[in-house]
Design a protein around this ligand. Structure first.
Ligand SMILES: NC(=O)c1ccc[n+]([C@@H]2O[C@H](COP(=O)([O-])OP(=O)(O)OC[C@H]3O[C@@H](n4cnc5c(N)ncnc54)[C@H](O)[C@@H]3O)[C@@H](O)[C@H]2O)c1
Length: 429
């Protein structure tokens, strides 16, 4: 195997989650000595046993081949020539950005730094965090930027569960405070990523790229979610329309409506931009509206169920509603910000009896299998388009006495289901 790290440098990754762990394994694969620092002792234990704490094909395959040393000991940072910070950047219940994990990680790194190390923030942040939060922490610890420490930002773009794009081939953008820092960061990423690494003129621009990418998705999804509601009122199948529009080979990009957006990125990152712009005196009206539309989808999904149950004179109160899927997207075990939770809240308001099954989150499911979920349910909401749910058809629903299905991901065959006299309703179809 050819590796790209001829100097045998040591890389320390702070935070071994969906972002940090694949990165750590990739750096090891490319010949670096790798230390992974992680607060969660369970994760540390599993990783040191070469077991992936995350359900992911790339990680399952690569961890045994390129094992890394995981630790909770922050003094290990002293050994690192390159430190990559991959900690969470959540929002609180009022959608205010919470930069405490980034601050804590920076304090830890600044307090244990090898002179001349490259420190890269990979976490998604709003423009200004490197200058306003990261830099002052290193300066407080008396590190001279560009001499004692080189600080860069390279926002992570990984898409967990994606069979084509992963940490090895996704192109990256990178920004830094100094020319030398930028060169160091660019050359490090070129040694681990086969895709292009684009240097940005300013660290703030690198930060902005990531929030723009995810805000772009949020806005486009909000548009089709709004179309779904409008087309429901006009009895038009939005999925068919989008598929039709997508035959235009230029200036159109298909996005699809659903029961809600989840994950640690799209429903979170736009708030970082909204809030920072607010401090600068700008109101991101368009983004705020998109967030409101997308946040309304779980409740809308439950309203659709209520309407369909009304047609057969069943109240939601007391009806057993089976939720197929807990994770926010197909074939992953990640339930952060999943619309599942808001759907549960809306169903609880109507006193529905809720049961659930997710093959990737069995410990959070109330049923042991899809079979049991279907057997026990009067109605189903498909929350996640896991491959295991693609077998749901009219015959199976009818046999199990399911009367209504709300297809929250528009991934089932509506005509087949209707043929068996089961009430089908998708999101905008
Ligand atoms: N999940 C994604 O698909 C994705 C994609 C691109 C970018 N991002 C961004 O990457 C960042 C990380 O996201 P993630 O999904 O990997 O989060 P995660 O929660 O899966 O992983 C972060 C890990 O960091 C650990 N941690 C927190 N503080 C720490 C500290 N001080 N020292 C050591 N470990 C610490 C946590 O225990 C956790 O295991 C976020 O900013 C996110 O927005 C995520």
């Amino acid at each position: 195997m050819s590796t790209k790290n001829s100097k045998k440098e040591t890389v320390c990754i702070i935070g071994l989650g969906y972002v940090g762990l694949p990165l750590a394994i990739r750096a090891k694969e490319q010949g670096y000595d790798v230390i992974g620092l992680e607060l969660d002792k369970n994760k540390v234990e599993l990783i040191n046993k070469k077991i992936s704490p995350i359900e992911d094909a790339f990680l399952k395959e690569k961890i045994p081949l390129f094992p890394i040393k995981a630790t909770t000991n922050e003094r290990e940072i002293k050994k690192a020539d390159i430190v990559l910070i991959c900690v969470p950047t959540p929002v609180d219940s009022f959608h205010n950005p919470n930069l405490a994990p980034v601050r804590n990680a920076c304090e830890m790194v600044a307090g244990n730094l090898k002179k001349g190390a490259l420190v890269v923030l990979e976490s998604t942040v709003n423009p200004g965090v490197s200058e306003e939060v990261v830099r002052p922490i290193f300066e407080k610890h008396k590190h001279k930027i560009g001499q004692d420490v080189f600080i860069a930002h390279c926002p992570e773009r990984i898409n967990p569960g994606d069979p084509k794009w992963n940490v090895t081939n996704i192109p990256r953008v990178v920004g830094a405070f100094t020319k030398k820092g930028l060169q160091k960061a660019q050359s490090f990423y070129e040694s681990i990523v086969d895709g292009k690494i684009k240097p940005m003129k300013h660290i703030r621009e690198a930060e902005a790229c990531k929030v723009v990418e995810n805000s772009f998705r949020d806005i486009n999804i909000a548009f089709v979610n709004e179309l779904a509601k409008s087309f429901d009122a006009m009895n038009i199948d939005v999925k068919d329309v989008i598929d039709g529009a997508a035959t235009k080979p230029f200036s159109f990009m298909a996005h699809y409506p659903s029961c809600g957006i989840g994950g640690h990125c799209i429903p979170v990152d736009p708030y970082y931009l909204i809030e920072r712009a607010k401090q600068a005196g700008f109101d991101h009206k368009f983004l705020r509206t998109s967030r409101t539309i997308n946040n309304s989808m779980p409740e809308y999904t439950v309203e659709l169920l209520q309407d369909k149950l009304n047609e057969i004179k069943m109240p939601l109160n007391g009806t057993v509603v089976g939720l197929a899927g807990i994770a926010y997207k197909s074939n992953v075990d990640d339930d952060r910000e999943s619309p599942y939770y808001e759907i549960v809240n809306a169903l609880k308001k109507h006193k529905a009896e809720i049961i659930s099954f997710d093959p990737y989150l069995k410990n959070k499911s109330t049923c042991k299998s899809l079979k049991t979920l279907l057997e026990k349910s009067d109605a189903i909401i498909l929350v996640t388009d896991h491959k295991e749910f693609k077998t749901i058809d009219g015959k199976l629903l009818k046999e199990n006495g399911v009367k209504v299905i709300i297809d929250g991901k528009n991934c089932l065959n509506k005509n087949n289901i209707k043929k068996f006299n089961v009430i089908y309703k998708g999101i905008g179809r």
